[in-house]
Design a protein around this ligand. Structure first.
Ligand SMILES: O=C(O)CCCC[C@@H]1SC[C@@H]2NC(=O)N[C@@H]21
Length: 245
């Protein structure tokens, strides 16, 4: 597993995507890590803020053997599951969950975010840049009431580089298993960890009014299944709705 450590960079996803497009021959699972990310990118074009020298911000290249775009959601399941696996080994008392599609939640607070950017040729995902931001030792989250860190939740500090190696290993192990045969197991496991599953939640659709509903699960291609107040079952594709709480 190859690791590039940069003292500071705007965004590890941006850096790795540029490397991919430079046509250089890159090894599978090449990882770019920085302790100081100055312009981190989040989902839906949001910013990802991370205090310098405090957290985990890195991107890993995944070169799938045969992954079609219809099956792309498997990456949104495997990557957070890999992070959860590492967190579960850290002796953290709080409940660890995955908020659809791939936020890492502990004790109802967001401690990690994942940004997966796929490079597609025809119907195939030929490369995937998997960016992970994990709030590790940051203590203050001014203006971000829904965010927290491992240190805030557990009251102790973590070794960033050790955690990085553990997540890299877990990612490689999980991603090696991308195949049709393992899909069911991954799908079940993802839904087991799904934040607010079976509970009443508030949703904000892209258009229209906020509404309440109960998350029933996800479809195999990643749509969120919600039972609304009128008991009508609705499916929402990625970006169509935001889960508020
Ligand atoms: O919005 C989210 O929840 C996703 C956040 C992803 C942040 C990580 S930090 C490392 C990598 N580089 C980036 O610019 N973004 C991702």
């Amino acid at each position: 597993m190859k690791l590039i450590t940069l003292p500071s960079i705007d965004s590890t996803n941006r850096y790795l995507k540029d490397l991919v497009h430079s046509e250089a021959v890159l090894p599978n699972y090449l990882t770019v890590f920085t302790p100081v990310q100055t312009a981190g990118v989040g989902q839906y074009g949001a910013k990802w803020q991370s205090e310098p020298n405090t957290n985990l911000t890195f991107s890993t290249l995944f070169i799938p053997k045969n992954l079609t775009i219809e099956k792309a959601f498997i990456l949104n399941m495997l990557v957070p599951l890999a992070v959860v696996k590492v967190l579960k080994a850290q002796d953290i008392a709080g409940e660890i969950k995955i908020k659809w599609p791939n936020d890492i939640i502990i004790e109802r607070k967001k401690v990690g975010g994942i940004l997966i950017e796929n490079i597609i040729q025809g119907q195939q995902i030929v490369k995937s840049v998997i960016g992970i931001g994990l709030n590790v030792n940051q203590r203050d989250f001014n203006g971000l009431p829904k965010a927290s860190s491992l240190a805030n939740i557990t009251g102790r500090a973590f070794k960033i580089k050790k955690l990085l190696k553990e997540v890299m290993n877990a990612l490689e192990e999980m991603l090696e298993g991308v195949s049709a045969t393992s899909f069911e197991q991954v799908y079940e496991e993802y839904q087991e960890y799904l934040f607010q599953r079976g509970k009443v939640s508030a949703f904000r659709p892209k258009t229209g009014k906020d509404f309440m509903g109960i998350i029933r699960g996800v479809t195999p291609n990643g749509a969120l299944i919600v039972a609304t107040e009128t008991e009508e079952i609705k499916q929402f594709q990625l970006k169509e709705v935001e889960l508020l709480y």
